[in-house]
Design a protein around this ligand. Sequence first.
Ligand code: PGA
Length: 256
Amino acid sequence: MRKPMMAGNWKMNNNWAESVVLAQQLSNRYDERWEDVEVVLCPPAIDIKAVYSVLEFDRREEVVKVGGQNCHWEASGAFTGEISIPMLQAVGATHCIIGHSERRGYFGETDMDVNKKVKALLAAHMTPIVCCGESLGVRDSGDYIEFITKQVSAAFAGLEPAEVKKCVVAYEPIWAIGTGRTATPEQAEEACGAIRASIAEEFGADTADAIRILYGGSMKPANVEGLIAMEDIDGGLIGGAALKADDFVKLVEACL
Ligand code: PGA
């Protein structure tokens, strides 16, 4: 059985004090049943330490994990503006989102960059949450399954099956991100099922069975049930709804 994951991608929202408030609201709503879900909060990098401190003070840090939204593959050096994996780990992060469509689209991140970051995170024993997903243009062209599976294959190039198992994939169709337009459960399942099948082909059935595949793109309390009921959808990567404690708690509890 795959442990469901609910990960909040706070994007470039909340300064450190606002992040503390949200983390405390979530911590106050904590319930022992959350242990059956891998709950991950990914605040802006500059807020991670503050969020982790709230969770640690409340003794939640074993259950509610924190993660980065991006990282560099080098441990240190002359890379102005970048954040390294050891820096993320030093403030309590155990997970990191990689290759989000906003990083690819606005900051020119390539499949090769994603691959280097995945390898560096695994070497540091962190969990990469690897994003993939097609634009509306690619969906309308009809070649979206090929596009998505190629992104996943490129992200995992050169990895051993045992390493792939430790990763998480997030399928996030760009046309559904922040638009309020969610993929239907059937559309999301078609893509997540195809990702799992392509991982089975490349890395074996065991690996495909073990890896968690999330859906992301306007997931919210009103549509979560239908999406996570799907066989190949193991949870969500949440943007907008992760910024409201009430909504995020409902999403976590929908996984129970
Ligand atoms: P959204 O964002 O839930 O606001 O659509 C999801 C994401 O980009 O990770």
